[in-house]
Design a protein around this ligand. Structure first.
Ligand code: URA
Length: 453
């Protein structure tokens, strides 16, 4: 293990201490320094504590466009970079939010319409849940396939869902887990490099990006979200990838379910055509973007129509069943929700007064799930799939005193923590006023389509 000794790489002397110190003091790192640090961390030569220190320095001092480019490239080439040379290979990624579960809906929709979707996703990050954690509530679902298996499944079913591996984006696998527990998530260079190292390694010809903004997102306002969208867009175009960026609202949980099993059940309901309106709308819009980028529709609007049809004709649901079976799970989960681990205690969180729901604290709700064990506080924590929250009242809804705002799913031994969450939800996470909120933010605020050529 390296502590502070100088390490030689390609004739240069580098010191982890000096690189951390340089960034801490707000100076620009060179390509060599960034590459060396990332490679040495990925290989295990630099320990977690030094990487954590560098991440915090980047979080606090930011990175230039050039540094972000070097970081993204170093993380991308830490593993293999696939290239399918196929216009139909398209993926979507989200910057993360509370109750954000669209991948399980739009992936099967797009795949059932002929798009090839090699989805490399992440685990929970900060107050947001992770796609890989969520799908693992289905027993035996294997999220670490080999590259040969990935290719085989993509050929057979048009869709694969895996996490970062030792072969693809290994640097992000380690750095992502560290950021999750060191409060170093909300950084444009770190998010750009994390997302794009995974997405570029997948060998897609195009990417649909869902950039979230609001109280439950990492980017709290439109200005920050636009800056992140620009950084991601520029990276995609530098690699000749077509890209659609949608800026979407995250001032409240997406859909109603927050928590691993509960979210997958809600996705199955959505694929059956019985999902919440906001979740359905966003999922078909993003899927429509994937269909359009794949060249399977003439316009984005036609792509969205095709996406809606694949729900109504049952093809998207059949594709989700195929995905589960192809990665080792049982298709019975689609028909029998009792197979999902769901906590048996339910506490109703009652409205403390009558009025209209004017504000929701997405981070507070997301962190409540972490408190219940549905997310990690340290990287070795095991996820509890069974706990969660079903939100009954959303922004602009009329609420009546003592009627339920949300239901909390928890275990016998969690009585005290459930009470504490209930209290915070009533007094901190929601604001109830006597008048309706003046203006509701549209779910999809901006859409930009960029073709690389
Ligand atoms: N999703 C990722 O993959 N990485 C981030 O940093 C944020 C969201």
């Amino acid at each position: 293990m390296i502590k502070d000794s100088n390490i030689k790489l390609e004739g240069f002397n580098y010191s982890p201490y000096q690189i951390i110190q340089k960034k801490r003091d707000g100076k620009e790192l060179t390509k060599g320094e960034i590459e060396w640090f990332i490679n040495s961390y990925t290989s295990g030569d630099i320990p977690d504590y030094q990487m954590a220190a560098l991440l915090m320095a980047i979080y606090l001092k930011d990175m230039s466009v050039e540094e972000t480019k070097f970081l993204t490239d170093a993380m991308l080439y830490s593993g293999q970079v696939l290239n399918f040379n196929d216009q139909k290979v398209i993926d979507k990624h989200s910057t993360g939010g509370v109750g954000d579960k669209t991948s399980f809906i739009l992936g099967p929709i797009a795949a059932s319409c002929g798009v090839k979707v090699p989805m490399i996703a992440g685990r929970g990050l900060g107050h947001t849940g992770g796609t890989v954690d969520k799908i693992e509530c289905i027993e035996n679902f294997n999220t670490s396939l080999s590259l040969d298996q990935l290719q085989h499944n993509l050929d057979q079913t048009n869709i694969v869902l895996i996490g970062q591996t030792k072969d693809i984006a290994p640097a992000d696998k380690k750095i992502y887990a560290l950021r999750d527990v060191t409060a170093t998530v909300e950084s444009i260079p770190l998010i750009t490099a994390s997302i794009m190292s995974k997405k570029l390694a997948e060998g897609t010809s195009g990417i649909v990006m869902d950039i979230k903004t609001g109280s439950g997102a990492f980017m709290k306002n439109l200005k920050e979200a636009r800056a992140l969208a620009k950084s991601i867009r520029n990276t995609a175009l530098r690699f000749n990838k077509n890209i659609i960026t949608m800026l979407t609202d995250m001032n409240q949980p997406l859909g109603n379910a927050v928590g691993n099993s509960l979210e997958i059940i809600e996705c199955i309901e959505t694929l059956k055509g019985k999902g919440p309106k906001d979740l359905t709308h966003l999922s078909v819009s993003l899927a429509g973007g994937m269909i359009y980028l794949a060249g399977l529709s003439k316009t984005l609007e036609t792509g969205i129509k095709m996406a809606k049809n694949s729900i109504s004709n049952g093809k998207a649901l059949a594709k989700f069943r195929e995905l589960i079976i192809s990665q080792g799970g049982s298709g019975d989960y689609i028909d029998d929700y009792t197979k999902f681990p769901v906590a048996s205690n339910i506490m109703e969180i009652k409205a403390p007064q009558s009025g209209y729901l004017n504000q929701m604290d997405g981070i507070g709700i997301g962190l409540s799930l972490v408190d219940l064990g549905g997310g990690r506080k340290k990287s070795t924590d095991k996820i509890d799939f069974a706990v969660g929250i079903i939100v009954h009242k959303k922004l602009g809804d009329k609420v009546t005193k003592d009627h339920s705002l949300a239901s909390l799913y928890y275990h016998d031994h969690q009585q005290e923590i459930a009470q504490a969450i209930c209290h915070k939800y009533q007094n901190e996470y929601v604001v109830i006023k006597s008048t309706k909120p003046k203006q509701m933010t549209p779910l999809i605020m901006e859409t930009k389509i960029n073709w690389s050529k």
